[in-house]
Design a protein around this ligand. Sequence first.
Ligand code: NZQ
Ligand code: ZN
Length: 377
Amino acid sequence: MEFSFHNPTGIEFGKGKIKEIANLIPKDNKVLVVYGGGSIKNNGAYEQVVEALKDHKWLEFGGVEVNPTVETMNKAVELVKAEGVDFILAVGGGSVIDGSKYLAAASLYDGDGWDFLDGSKEVEKALPLGVVLTLAATGSESNNLTVVSRKTTDEKRMYFSDHSYPRFAVLDPSFMGTLSDRQLGNGLVDAFVHISEQYLTKTNDLLVNDGYAETLYKGLVTLADRWDERRTLWWQENLMHICNQALNFQLANGVCQDWSTHIIGHELTAFYGLDHARSLAVILPHLIREMIDEKQDKLAQFGKNVFGIENDNEAVIQKMENIFESVGLPTKLNAYDIDDKVVENVHNAFKSHGYLEIGENGTVTLDKVEKIINRSI
Ligand code: NZQ
Ligand code: ZN
């Protein structure tokens, strides 16, 4: 086993923790509070941020869309430069956080920030970023991944940079009370797939990773079983905790990974606007079926340790589909308004983005991707 791991994001978890930001952001910093379509004005977060920043100079930038775009975030870059902002505070879900990660880097870069997304340039520096999380799903609040779209070309791309880690993340589950069932179900499935992309690959002899991944999976299965309790603080705080742990990349230490479901899902969102988690729910089960020769041993371990199912991998996949559907996420593309160009669109996007041999063994090739999507239709 060999790995390097450094996650510098400080976590403040629990009700009322937002007051900590008064001390976590230096008093002489000028803060830009970034948010989305306005949900923070209904869930109490905005009010509490205003109170916590009463001794700071701050201004705001609202209107970051779901699946944030460079077109919108570049307007925030102009504001940061014009106003001399030196701290970004993202208040929202993965979209606001990712948009803010891009903003923090693009504000200190002279070229076109899309260079980070198309891989032509690495981030060399970024403004400090803090997060107040209002939606449990992506894990973006304490990781180094940024996912941003470009409207003009229907592209959704991502990049990793250690400059993107937030300095701190406030995780107060009481802000989740206003989330719709759709967002709660999305969060549960997104975390399930994050664990899977770091776990459902090859068997290994490590004692920590698989045990922790299986504990997180079991937590999600419990939350799905107890879906009728989703409006309780117990349910929501556990979802928030699991989602955070599922993608702070600790599970990835020392193991191989397979991000194919996310890579395909991002193209579906770029072309057809599916919610991120919904794009994953229609791909993962079919990807496992298509790649079963390579994944069967790990799937059997998962089935036995998480679902208590032995010697029946198809039953394991069906149980996974039942869980996704039980929290409101379809597992077939025909639930959405998808045209007959879906295979061609994803094929062409993969080709132009250079995704020719993905997966833990580099065997998810273009023809496999086509087969996976055809299974899902
Ligand atoms: O626009 P606002 O007002 O923020 O409303 C949002 C949005 O409409 C709303 N919402 C957030 N908190 C709420 C709330 N509504 C009521 N009460 C609250 N407390 O929920 C809607 C969805 O928000 P969004 O931020 O888009 O959701 P999510 O957190 O699922 O983020 C999705 C984005 O993150 C990316 C996805 O691709 C997508 O662009 N991802 C980022 C990752 C990362 N950086 O690590 C990993 C993920 O795999 C993912 O790709
Ligand atoms: Zn995800």
